[in-house]
Design a protein around this ligand. Structure first.
Ligand SMILES: *Cc1c(COP(=O)(O)O)cnc(C)c1O
Length: 395
């Protein structure tokens, strides 16, 4: 037997020596506004639990009922014998919510993004992608034979140059692909300008709205709805693993032919198991709640504003914006060290946040990414700010 253990150990040591080794902290509790770990109880400011639904009893109940009525699993992919009435109901709900013809479920948004490009585009086409797009978009684009172009994050000037180049190259279809919200900064994509360019150059627009659906824009319909560009976006993808319940599952919502084609040929759809019925039932309830959660969205907005303002008042550098993702920057020479140490100190003070350093973010742009949730109270937010201040004094 030949073993690669020595080689792997070296690489693992390399990751450790570079200070990039990710140790997973085990929770001893549900995912909620506060969590229990071996280090004690801490307010949780690093989950994508924007609407606070992850431990919502209504979702737990709905999932229970789904489990009772529809069983544990389907032991099949969708097209063989893995589609229950329930799955279609969720797809129709998503389509109606996002105002598209139809929607199609995947096991995750990672899979949705992994499957869509190869299914829809080929060598005659061009895919133009924002440089900070999510890893799943990057991988999905790689799996497809289309020409690839990239523009700097949210730079519509560079995007236009790409569109010109695509036109010159006589591309059949050109598609612009962007995250609705960039998760490391909490910045929104400039969708109206992107859509204007798409109109000028006859391009399609695809938006992955994983960090927006459920809590951004009217009814939480997302970034495009917020910017009144909803009917100008051709393809929406998103996750059920963030605001919409936080379990798992992803989807593509688009016009009928796109959804129909994905059902025929998208590989993660054809060759990966059906989403478990309990999750589908939970997601239907999560979507129902999200649609009507104006109060929670308003509370989330207020808590986000409170956090951002208090942090600025306390002298922290915070990237501008309104999204609950708030990047607290540590830009100095020792920024990475500072961010990491402060995050560690804060856990001792009962606040759980995570530091992001190179290579997850560019060198010199270390940060602690705070994610506010509708489940946080004003006191929780104030406690978080206080912990930042105390931790900073300690280092
Ligand atoms: C989280 C995220 C994904 C992955 O979603 P999963 O359903 O967890 O696979 C994809 N795209 C973006 C932009 C995300 O933020």
């Amino acid at each position: 037997m030949f073993s690669n253990r020595v080689e792997l150990r070296k690489r693992l040591d390399g990751i450790r020596e570079a200070g990039l080794y990710k140790n997973e902290r085990q929770l001893l509790s549900l995912q909620g506004p506060s969590v229990r770990t071996k280090q004690g109880t801490a307010l949780n400011f690093c989950a994508n639990n924007y609407l606070g639904l992850a431990d919502d009893p209504r979702l737990v109940q709905a999932a229970h009922e789904g489990l009772e009525q529809w069983g544990y699993g389907l032991s099949s992919v969708r097209f063989i014998c893995g589609t229950q009435e329930l799955h279609r109901r969720l797809e129709e709900d998503i389509a109606r919510y996002l105002r598209r013809d139809d929607a199609i479920l995947f096991s995750s948004c990672f899979d949705a993004n992994g499957g869509i490009f190869e299914a829809l585009f080929s060598a005659e086409d061009t895919i133009i992608s924002d440089s900070l797009n999510h890893a799943s978009l990057i991988d999905g684009i790689r799996l497809c034979k289309a020409k690839r172009m990239r523009y700097s994050n949210r730079d519509v000037g560079e995007l236009e140059q790409c569109l010109r180049d695509a036109k010159e190259a006589d591309s059949r279809f050109t598609v612009i692909v962007t995250d609705g919200v960039f998760s490391m900064d909490g910045y929104f994509a400039p969708l109206p300008q992107i859509c204007d360019l798409a109109d000028t150059y006859d391009a399609l627009v695809m938006v992955d709205d994983s960090h927006a659906t459920g809590f951004v824009g009217p009814q939480g319909r997302g970034t495009a709805a917020l910017m009144e560009a909803e009917d100008r976006v051709d393809i929406l993808t998103g996750t059920l693993g963030k605001a919409i319940g936080g379990a798992s599952g992803g989807y593509v919502a688009a016009h009928q032919e796109i959804v129909d084609m994905l059902r025929q040929v998208a590989r993660p759809y054809l060759f990966s198991n059906t989403l478990a019925p309990a999750l589908v039932a939970g997601s239907i309830e999560a979507l129902r709640i999200a649609r009507e959660a104006d109060e929670e969205r308003e509370h989330l907005r207020k808590m986000t504003e409170r956090f951002r303002n208090s942090m600025k008042d306390a002298g922290f550098e915070v990237l501008p914006g309104t999204h609950p993702i708030t990047a607290v920057m540590f830009s100095g020479e020792n920024g990475a060290q500072e961010a990491t140490t402060i995050a560690r100190e804060m856990l001792g003070l009962g606040v759980y946040v995570t530091a992001f350093t190179y290579p997850v973010v560019p060198r010199g742009k270390a940060r602690i990414r705070v994610q506010v949730s509708a489940a946080h109270s004003a006191d929780d937010v104030d406690t978080c700010v206080e912990a930042f201040t105390v931790a900073r004094e300690r280092i």
